[in-house]
Design a protein around this ligand. Structure first.
Ligand SMILES: [Zn+2]
Ligand SMILES: [Zn+2]
Length: 150
């Protein structure tokens, strides 16, 4: 994929290249990401920035993954990543995982989609139907259910 392809601005703070497949010998960095996901992540970014009082720089660890790369990393074929409907967002150093999760829950498409907590941050997707999982290895200090009750 060309530099032009990857430098396309999909929203105020996200470029297409940030969502490209990270596999080395597969789809040549394809980034077939869904618009609704990008829009939701932009809202998520804006919400976090508002909370922090400064523009936050979000790092996408993984966005689109072609099936070949998805299999290489032993993810299921049914994963949201090959559909372009998921992004793994690294937790910024100055944001708690709890604040990050609350911000995600404030965005309707993310609240109605998948939120998976990892030690490094959040997997977010816009599947139709709320899905929650906590894959942190360390002891939990809060549960997703507790956050959603409020
Ligand atoms: Zn690929
Ligand atoms: Zn993910």
């Amino acid at each position: 994929m060309s530099t032009e392809y990857h430098s396309e601005r999909l929203s105020k703070n996200f470029l297409r290249g940030e969502f490209s497949c990270r596999g080395s010998a597969c789809c040549n960095g394809s980034a077939a990401i869904e618009r609704e996901l990008v829009e939701s992540l932009q809202d998520f970014h804006d919400q976090l920035s508002l909370l922090l009082g400064e523009t936050v720089q979000l790092i996408i660890n993984s966005g689109f993954r072609c099936l070949k790369h998805n299999r290489e990393i032993h993810s299921k074929d049914t994963s949201q990543h090959p559909r372009g409907t998921a992004a793994d967002v690294k937790r910024p150093d100055n944001v708690s995982i709890e604040a990050l999760t609350r911000a995600a829950l404030s965005i309707p498409a993310l609240k109605n989609g998948g939120i998976i907590i990892y030690w490094w941050g959040l997997h977010l997707d816009i599947r139709n139907g709320a899905y929650r999982e906590d894959k942190r290895l360390v002891k939990k200090d809060f549960t997703l259910e507790e956050l959603e009750e409020e």
